[in-house]
Structure formats: structure tokens, C-alpha cells
Design a protein. Structure first.
Length: 395
């Protein structure tokens, strides 16, 4: 299947437009990286605590921040999680290590800070586990049964709350819908209340782990680039490897710049997406380079610029099909994959576009620029297929 046949687009003739496009986005990303949002590292790399909270009603982020400040949790980043209708917030707390070295207390402090006007001496049924419910029922013993029965009832209440009521009881009367006896509900009302929120997730990363992950993520990216450079050096020539690595570095820079411009956290899943992008972009570049190598052997009297243009046009249909279908897949992930996959899919959406573009607009023109530079040094125009010093051919 082909979208285009016998196209003759002068891609190299538009290289200055491509250069302008790349410069605009690269410089914008660099300005943001160095002077604006910098590198927006996620909790995986900088350490800290993420607390995922669901509220009964639309949360007021200013009130949440004020409550956290009062509890000593300063500089918290609060942002909406998932859709607005779900009333969920992500509270991102910076690293704060106590004298004892404990980094896990911030999640408990967050819960305490959000509990405004809590009844004295009562527990929040929306933020306790089955153990607390079982203990309270066992002490009050409203049904006069064995403790094992209260364990079953406690599990029944928690499962109903989390699975059927989306983690939250609006009031304790809703516990009756779980199918528990009325005496149990009455007993719970004496020691519990239905709070305004539920903490449905917590992530904690210590400072040492964060620094170690930063180092490993950087090394993984650099090693992948170095490995691909060596591979292309042996498969083609050094200039092919350099051009491909420059193109991939260009893709990575623009992708990371996009995260900085949008102030989207870079997490471990984003690093996985960037490494995926490096492989995908390199594969697309190798397809173009392979066609260039084949055409160099057959079109010995043509200039390299003409061969490169011909090769890009010959692989254009394949590029559109492959990149287009991949882009639709990652776009679906971005639109419908939810918050967990948002960073990963965003990196791939940007990366697929830029990676496809760079194979045509960055890597290929570098080969021609290299030949022109060598030709100018030799003081002559050398055909691409000749054996002169300025040739750029296949091994």
C-alpha cells in the first residue's frame, strides 16, 4: 500500500525553513530549561511525596495550600488529577527529611491538615482501613457475635466504599447500602464520621533514591546514543552515525523542552518514552540512509543532494504510513489513557512528530552539508558515486 507514487518534492531546497523551525523550538525549549520552568523533575528523581486525594465536592486549591502551610508542609504543588468532575487533586510535597531521617510522615501530616472541623475523638470512615473498623465493632460488639464476624463486616464496608462508592461515603447512613445490619451502622456512628475527602494513593521517594535514578536515567540516554553512533559507524560511515545522533539529540532536546514549556513532570515512565523515541527515530533515519546507500551505487553521476532528495521521496509513503499509524496509537493513549499514562504518551506524541521530521529535515541535509564542506576543502565538485576524497558512500 502506498499513499504517494513518483513524488518529486525538493526537501533539501526547503532546508532553511526546516532549520528555522528547529531553531525556534530548540531555543524556546532551552530558554524554558535554563530560565523559566527548568527541568520539571517528577518525584521519582527529586524525591518527595505525592498524595492523591478525592474530595466530595469541588476542592478549593487555595484553602488546601493554606491548610498545608499551617501544618508545616510548605511549597506544595497542587494540581487537578484526572477530569474536573471527579474532584481529585494531586498534592506534590517537596523532600522534607526529619531529624530521624523519616520521609514517610508527610502523607500522615497531609491527612491531618485536610481534616478541618473534625469531630473530637472520632475517626474518619473515609480514611480508615478494615482493621480500625473491625477493632471498633469488636469493642462495642453490637451484634454479640464472634470477632471473626466483625472482620467480615469490616471488609464488606471497605470494599463497598472503595468499589461502589468511589472511596467516599457522603454520610454514614450510606453504609446501610453495603448490606450490613442497622445495629452495626448505629455503632459506627458513635465512633466514626464521614469526612470530606479520601486519600486513594501515596508515593514516597527518598533523596538518595531520587539522585540515583537521575544518574541512571542520564546514563541510559547517553549510552543508547553512543551505541547507535557506533552501530551506524560500522554499518555506513561515521558521518551517517553523527548525522543520526545529532537528529536524535535534536528530537530529545525538543521533547524535553516541550515538557519544560508545559511544566509537565519528567518521571521514570517519561524516560522510558524518550528511550523508545530514540529507537523509533533512529529506525526511521536508518530507512532513509539505507535507501541513500542503495541509490549512491546506482546513481554515480548524480550529486548527493539529488540522491538524498530522490531517496526521501522514495521512502515518503512508508514514512507516512508507519509514523501516521504510530501517531494515532499514541494520540489515543494521550487522550484516553488517563493521568497515569499522560506523561508517557505526551512524550511519544511530541517525539513521533519530531522524530519523523528530523529524519527528513535534520539527518539527511547533514550528509549533503558534509559533502559540500569536504568539496569546498578539495576545491572541486565531486559526484556522490565517485571515489574522490569528497565522496560520501556506503562501505
Amino acid at each position: 500500500m502506498e499513499f504517494f507514487r513518483n513524488t518529486n518534492i525538493d526537501f533539501l531546497g526547503k532546508k532553511w525553513y526546516f532549520l528555522g523551525f528547529s531553531l525556534i523550538f530548540s531555543v524556546a525549549g532551552l530558554i524554558s530549561l535554563f530560565f523559566w520552568h527548568h527541568v520539571p523533575l517528577g518525584v521519582d528523581f527529586r524525591g518527595g511525596t505525592l498524595v492523591y486525594v478525592k474530595f466530595k465536592s469541588t476542592p478549593n486549591e487555595d484553602q488546601i495550600r493554606a491548610a498545608l502551610d499551617k501544618a508545616g508542609l510548605h511549597n506544595a504543588r497542587i494540581q487537578r488529577y484526572d477530569t474536573a468532575a471527579r474532584n481529585e487533586e494531586l498534592i506534590d510535597l517537596p523532600q522534607r527529611v526529619t531529624k530521624s531521617g523519616d520521609v514517610s510522615g508527610d502523607s500522615d501530616l497531609t491527612i491531618q491538615a485536610l481534616r478541618s472541623n473534625a469531630p473530637q475523638g472520632q475517626q474518619d470512615l473515609n480514611n480508615v482501613g478494615f482493621a480500625a473498623i473491625q477493632k471498633a465493632l469488636g469493642e462495642s460488639d453490637p451484634l454479640h457475635v464472634a470477632p471473626s464476624e466483625y472482620e467480615k463486616i469490616a471488609h464488606q464496608i471497605v470494599d463497598f466504599r472503595d468499589k461502589q462508592h468511589d472511596w467516599l461515603f457522603k454520610d454514614l447512613d450510606e453504609v446501610r447500602q453495603a448490606g450490613v445490619p442497622a445495629a452495626v451502622v448505629d455503632a459506627l456512628k458513635k465512633g466514626f464520621y464521614a469526612g470530606d475527602f479520601h486519600v486513594f494513593g501515596t508515593e514516597i521517594v527518598g533523596p538518595q533514591v531520587g539522585k540515583q535514578l537521575q544518574k541512571r536515567a542520564l546514563l541510559a540516554t547517553l549510552y543508547s546514543l553512543a551505541g547507535m553512533l557506533v552501530y551506524l559507524w560500522f554499518r555506513f560511515e561515521m558521518i551517517y552515525g553523527v548525522a543520526a545522533v545529532v537528529a536524535v539529540f535534536h528530537d530529545t532536546l525538543i521533547t524535553v523542552g516541550a515538557f519544560s514549556l508545559t511544566n509537565t513532570d519528567i518521571t521514570l515512565t517519561v524516560i522510558a518514552a524518550i528511550l523508545t523515541l530514540i529507537g523509533y527515530s533512529m529506525n526511521d533515519t536508518i530507512v532513509v540512509f539505507d535507501r541513500i546507500r542503495e541509490n549512491v551505487k546506482m546513481m554515480r553521476r548524480e550529486s548527493l543532494a539529488e540522491i538524498v532528495n530522490r531517496s526521501i521521496n522514495q521512502t515518503l509513503s512508508r514514512t507516512i504510513l508507519t509514523s501516521g499509524l504510530t501517531f494515532l496509537t499514541v494520540l489515543s493513549l494521550y487522550l484516553f489513557g488517563g493521568e497515569v499514562l499522560r506523561g508517557f504518551s505526551f512524550a511519544l506524541v511530541v517525539g513521533i512528530i519530531i522524530g519523523t521530521y528530523s529524519s527528513i529535515a535534520v539527518a539527511a541535509p547533514m550528509l549533503v552539508a558534509y559533502q559540500d564542506w569536504r568539496s569546498s576543502r578539495a576545491g572541486q565538485r565531486v559526484p556522490a558515486g565517485s571515489k574522490g576524497k569528497a565522496s560520501v558512500g556506503a562501505k
